[in-house]
Design a protein around this ligand. Structure first.
Ligand code: GDP
Ligand code: IMO
Ligand code: MG
Length: 443
């Protein structure tokens, strides 16, 4: 069996889409296992930009099976729009398979997400307002509507009524909202069902069969470790588990299907939305990194908060995911900074030092980054194709990361283009060992 999990090792937007797209070329299937269209994955291929929210980042490779697993929450309207947009660009999407057990984001989830944020006022999470939290809440409450329900009018209607009943009070302000009209909601969703029917499948079985045949399957994570609902900076998190451990449950395979876990991290840190961020910058360097890195959300367009690379958080992510390899993206963005800082520890309110990520929220909220300064470099990295092309300071910076985290770096991003990447020896070795061999010659 050869399963490779690709997860975000920070607060999301690390470049998982690009890394997945790169590996997908050498794999047979890509499966999304959690999250929904809160995700935004940008891929640049031959100078052309593709933005994906729900459809796995393997879709650009003909012949790669793309699967939306049971752990994903699907806004059917958004999915159909995304499919149509890809079709309009002449992409073959016929191979997409959608789990019949995945839950649906319904119109009331969208309203409740926004209403929940408004109610929290200054304590708001800064969600993407895509209905993610309310949808997962209904799933846990066993009031969810699933993809398979779209194919049965009677069941669909009954389930929508049951799901809306306990929400009557909170939905009262939206009583006149046309999206909540039961009759049109049912009709609209039956239409979605017709549109999606040919893609709906028993995806757990499909993946099992592929893995049995020694196919290479990528499990594509959305968001990142620090947004994990159990292990992230709760409550400033998303409502699912972006950790590698969730890949199995969210795709319907057992843990023995996983051979490799790749964690993606930028060479610095960003975060969208509220919540603690110990290495955050508030000065002109923050602006400079945001501008150079194009740090504006793919999904909401919000400016991303920026800061130095946080090795404490990254070590935590490496542990939680048992990372076997790191992909460090956006190294090119740091070019031109005379010095670079890196967070090697935290200092708490009472002066205590922490090498490990604090489990207590109060400690974390008061944690300040202990920064180590390293030399920067001025060279543009966009054309570098091997480690030896990198300026010494950039290579030293990567070595520092590798030493501090204790996980080999498999690949390095030096620009948004899919060719702007450096494979390390460790990267080549892991790929070949993992069975991701569809086109080894490309390595
Ligand atoms: P994801 O959500 O983890 O897939 O990441 P996003 O796509 O939301 O954000 C990453 C952004 O950085 C995208 O615009 C990518 O095109 C871009 N990107 C990825 N890798 C690199 C890199 O190595 N260098 C630069 N400059 N941009 C990159
Ligand atoms: P990708 O897959 C970055 C953040 C939101 C908010 C919190 C909760 O592109 O890396 P939600 O809408 O999920 O309830 O919002 O999580 N968030 C992301 N931040 N990248 C993402 O996805 C994100 N998905 C959610 O900004 O702080
Ligand atoms: Mg993103």
């Amino acid at each position: 069996m050869s399963g490779v999990v690709i997860v975000g090792a920070q607060w999301g937007d690390e470049g998982k889409g690009k890394v997945t797209d790169l590996l997908a070329e050498r794999c047979d299937a890509v499966v999304r296992f959690q999250g929904g269209n809160n995700a935004g994955h940008t891929i640049v291929k031959d100078g052309v930009q593709w933005k994906l929210h729900l459809i796995p980042s393997g879709i650009l490779h003909p012949g790669t099976t793309c699967v939306i697993g049971n752990g994903v929450v699907i806004d059917p309207k958004v999915l159909i729009e995304e499919l149509d947009a890809l079709r309009a660009r002449n992409l073959d999407v016929s191979g997409l398979r959608i789990s019949a057990n995945a839950h649906l984001i319904m119109p009331y989830h969208l309203l409740l997400d926004s209403a929940g944020e408004a109610k929290l006022g200054s304590l708001q999470i800064g969600t993407t307002r895509r209905g993610i939290g309310p949808c997962y809440a209904d799933k846990a409450a066993r009031l969810g509507i699933r993809v398979q329900d779209l194919l049965d009018e009677k069941i669909l209607k009954k389930k929508i009524v049951a799901a809306m009943e306990p929400k009557r009070l909170s939905l009262r302000p939206f009583e006149k909202d046309p999206s909540l009209d039961l009759k049109s909601m049912v009709e609209e969703h039956l239409t979605y069902g017709h549109r999606l029917e040919r893609h709906i499948a028993d995806t757990s079985k499909l993946l099992w069969e592929m893995l049995e045949e020694k196919a290479c399957v990528i499990f594509e994570g959305a968001q990142g470790a620090m947004l994990d609902i159990d292990h992230g900076t709760y409550p400033f998190v998303t409502s699912s588990n972006p950790l590698a451990g969730a890949a199995c449950v969210g795709a319907g395979v057992g843990p023995r299907a996983i051979d490799e876990v790749w964690g993606v991290s930028k060479a610095y840190t960003t975060r969208v939305g509220s919540g603690p961020f110990p290495s955050e910058l508030h000065d002109e360097t923050a602006e400079e990194i945001r501008r150079r890195g194009g740090e504006f959300g793919t999904t909401t367009g919000r400016p991303r908060r920026t800061g130095w690379l946080d090795l404490v958080a990254l070590r935590y992510a490496a542990r939680l995911n048992t990372l076997s390899a790191l992909a460090i993206t956006k190294l090119d963005v740091l070019s031109g900074l005379s010095t670079i800082k890196v967070c090697t520890g935290y200092r708490g309110a009472e002066g205590a030092e922490f090498d490990d990520f604090p489990y207590h929220q109060t400690v974390l909220h008061h944690a300040r980054a202990e920064l180590t300064e390293v030399p920067g470099w001025s060279e543009d990295l966009g054309e570098c194709t091997s480690l030896s092309d990198l300026p010494k300071a950039a290579a030293d910076y990567l070595e520092l990361i590798e030493d501090e985290i204790g996980v080999p770096i498999a690949l390095i991003g030096v620009g948004p283009g899919r060719e702007q990447v450096i494979w390390t020896e460790a990267g080549r070795a892991t790929l070949l060992g993992s069975g991701a061999q569809r086109s080894q010659s490309a390595l």
